[in-house]
Design a binder for this molecule. Structure first.
Ligand code: BGC
Length: 410
């Protein structure tokens, strides 16, 4: 057992992430807003013994109005970067009608982030769609891609000066899978064919937007890729792992990497893979988060090392856990950072770590139950922000650009 001080590279960015729909509140023109309130969804929740009210995004964290307070807290916590999203449905509530007021709003938000000394990572698409676009068939239809790219261009023209890093699309594989394969997100379809189509349309959309940015308002661009640590288990596991790694992690990456200046990494999941397929992390007796996800910090090292071959800088745009009582978050962050540091010492060019998330926010189909935030949102007390203990521990790391870590047989 030994205590080590692990220094991170000079200029390393520290912070936390969020998305527009999950934090802003009142995104009444988005597809999720309708879906949350749909009869079918409400009936299903009731059938499952749940209170539908806990599953309406409503005011979310009210960050639409309280962004200044949120950035002030982030600054006090030693953050040097923030990740936030733009809600397409606000910018273009009706097809072809762009709202100057909302563009002004995001300009103020980004100016405030800058005022608080934060580098900005700005996401253009994070799961949600304007209702009109959803009704047209969303990304299922090739001819719809142009609507997204037109919106993205408008935003880039207007906001580029405040954006340090663009994130075109968050987790295309996860979005397509949840919406078109397992049917958990709207439009709750279950079709491999549509999943495949949507993934490929998102790839095209990303490329058009990335080219536009590079040619007109040059700034670093990437997607945020949800990357899994897949490890073989038992007979023929290695063969299956290679196949799954390709489809889960590499298919989209390989098709988009030429248009990316960096790789945006979201890491949450680790799976053991046998000949028969995926086995849940939990069966391997990892500690679990409140969402029942196994905690496996070693996996982030594997994921980062696997990306070295692309020879691009790596920015961790999401990594975090649901932990309402804040009993695991401090160690979760420190353990993951230990392995991030280990990857860096082996040549992975990691330049940022953004914890998911800054605030307890709207966790999609799980509503407000799971609490990922460094900062608690008290829903009984006017969404009061309460800084968690783990946020203060994380702040020490951010401020010193180093991690004090007790290494036990590692
Ligand atoms: C998504 C977030 C989500 C988080 C936790 C990520 O994959 O980008 O929107 O809240 O996972 O589930």
């Amino acid at each position: 057992m030994s205590k080590q001080t692990l220094k991170f590279p000079k200029g390393f960015l520290w912070g936390a992430a969020g998305s527009a729909y999950q934090t802003e509140g009142n995104n009444t023109n988005s597809d999720w807003w309708n879906w949350e309130k749909s009869l079918q969804r409400v009936e299903q929740l009731k059938k499952d013994g749940k209170n539908p009210k806990d599953y309406f995004s409503g005011l979310a964290c009210d960050s639409y109005n309280r962004y200044e307070e949120d950035f002030t807290l982030a600054e006090h916590l030693g953050h040097s970067a923030t990740r936030l999203g733009i809600e397409w449905a606000r910018i273009e509530p009706k097809e072809g009608e762009y709202s100057e007021n909302e563009l002004d709003h995001y300009e103020k938000v980004l100016q405030s982030a800058k005022f608080h000394g934060l580098k900005t990572f700005v996401t253009l698409h994070h799961y949600t769609l304007p209702i009109w676009f959803f009704k047209k068939g969303g990304f299922e239809k090739k001819q719809n891609i142009v609507h997204f790219t037109a919106y993205a261009q408008k935003v880039v023209q207007r906001l580029s000066e405040y954006v340090d890093f663009w994130v075109t699309i968050n987790e295309p594989e996860l979005y397509a899978g949840q919406s078109y394969m397992v049917g958990r997100f709207p439009p709750q379809k279950k079709s491999l064919y549509l999943t495949w189509k949507v993934v490929n349309h998102l790839i095209t959309a990303h490329k058009v937007v990335a080219d536009y940015i590079h040619n007109n308002y040059p700034k670093p661009v990437s997607m945020a890729y949800n990357l899994l640590d897949l490890q073989p288990s038992g007979f023929l596991g290695e063969t299956v792992v290679r196949f799954l790694r390709y489809f889960a992690n590499e298919y989209i990456l390989q098709r988009t990497i030429d248009t990316c200046d960096y790789i945006g990494v979201n890491y949450y999941f680790h799976h053991h893979v046998s000949f028969l397929g995926l086995r849940k992390h939990s069966v391997h007796s990892h500690e679990l988060t409140d969402r029942g996800w196994g905690i496996h910090p070693e996996g982030i090292e594997q994921v980062l090392l696997s990306l070295k071959k692309f020879k691009k800088p790596l920015y961790i745009l999401e990594n975090g856990l649901a932990d309402k009582k804040d009993v695991r978050r401090e160690n979760y962050i420190k353990d993951h950072l230990y392995y991030v540091h280990k990857a860096i010492t082996q040549g992975a060019d990691v330049k940022a770590y953004l914890y998911w998330s800054l605030l307890d926010n709207f966790e999609w189909e799980e509503g407000f139950g799971p609490r990922f935030g460094l900062i608690e949102i008290d829903r009984e007390d006017f969404l009061r922000r309460k800084v968690r203990y783990s946020a203060l521990e994380y702040a020490k790391i951010c401020k010193s650009n180093s991690l004090e870590y007790l290494v036990i047989n590692k």
